[in-house]
Design a protein around this ligand. Structure first.
Ligand code: NAD
Length: 284
């Protein structure tokens, strides 16, 4: 039985620290940090994610401005709202929940967010800062949350073989850059990789972010590896990760549960990014 990397417990600890820091600013007369949250359409999973993020904001003292736009919103209408929020001195962060409906030009939307308010870290300027290892950018929330979790449990990355399964824009790709920043040797697998187990068996740290339930089986994992499960799939009303938890927990040194692992850490990273944007804005 392996060590459980408890993202829920670590999140509670970090969020309490964030709450106290914000309380300190408010007591000095500063305005509260403010995050604008935009959701287009009525995708049920996105609605749950956005509600969770807003609830987490309120608990730590971040003001959230909620924009719920109808499914038939045009790219132009969304760009106009973002321009208005970019110009608003009291807005520190702008989050546009992805995926957007397919008729909206997602790239154009991401490009339109001021990099200084891009707390999701998806603007190419922030992705570039991640490549350049510049501390002042915003690192995408899921990779940042994973990094915080591994660091908290003292899991060394330098010189280790990190294998990432999944090369998506939100998780796999930016995570590979962050793991390189931490001096790991990084392999990234995806749907066209010939045999992912050839890679996963070598991993000291195996991170899966595909959305394929129970893709990672025990025989694909090295004895004593650290296994991080990013996947979230709903199967018969149950939330499942990418990792066959019951099997793999017997072989791994440490493993994240789903739920309660990477999910809460992603939201915590969003709070941290928003606080970072706020501190720069008020020049604290
Ligand atoms: P995505 O669709 O952008 O990327 C999926 C990646 O997985 C692609 O690179 C694809 O090639 C790869 N892939 C798919 N099937 C594969 C297979 N059989 N073998 C190897 N590679 C395969 O998805 P995403 O946005 O990166 O999200 C991935 C998963 O992570 C989803 O389940 C999503 O819900 C979850 N997610 C969780 C959090 C969290 O906070 N826990 C945050 C973001 C995303």
């Amino acid at each position: 039985m392996s060590l459980i990397l408890d993202g829920k417990a670590l999140s509670e600890k970090i969020r309490e620290e964030i709450r106290q820091e914000i309380e300190g600013y408010l007591s000095k007369g500063f305005r509260p940090p403010t995050l604008a949250v935009i959701l287009v359409g009525d995708d049920p999973a996105s609605q749950v994610y956005v509600a969770n993020k807003e609830k987490a904001c309120h608990k730590v003292g971040i003001r959230s401005l909620s924009y719920r736009l109808p499914q038939n919103t045009t790219t132009q209408e969304l760009l106009e709202l973002i321009a208005q929020l970019n110009a608003d001195e009291e807005v520190d962060g702008i989050l546009v929940q992805l995926p957007l409906p397919s008729h909206i030009n997602q790239q154009e939307v991401i490009l339109s967010i001021s990099p200084k308010k891009d707390v999701d870290g998806f603007h190419p300027e922030n992705m570039g800062r991640l490549v350049a290892r510049m501390e002042d950018g915003f690192i995408p929330c899921t990779p940042l949350g994973i990094d915080l979790l591994l660091n908290h449990y003292g899991i060394e990355l330098k010189g280790k073989d990190v294998v990432i399964v999944g090369a998506g824009f939100i998780v796999g790709r930016p995570l590979s850059l962050l793991m390189l920043w931490r001096d790991a040797t990084v392999s990234v697998c995806h749907i066209y990789t010939k045999d992912i187990s050839e890679y996963t068996k070598r991993a000291d740290i195996l991170i899966s972010a595909t959305g394929v339930p129970k893709l990672i089986k025990s025989h694909m994992v090295k004895e004593g590896a650290v296994v991080v499960d990013v996947g979230i799939s709903k199967v018969n009303g149950k939330i499942l990760g990418d990792v066959d938890f019951e099997e793999v927990k017997e072989k791994a040194y440490a493993i994240t549960p789903v739920p309660g692992g990477v999910g809460p850490m992603t939201v915590t990273a969003l709070l941290l990014n928003t606080l970072k944007a706020y501190k720069k804005r008020i020049k604290a």
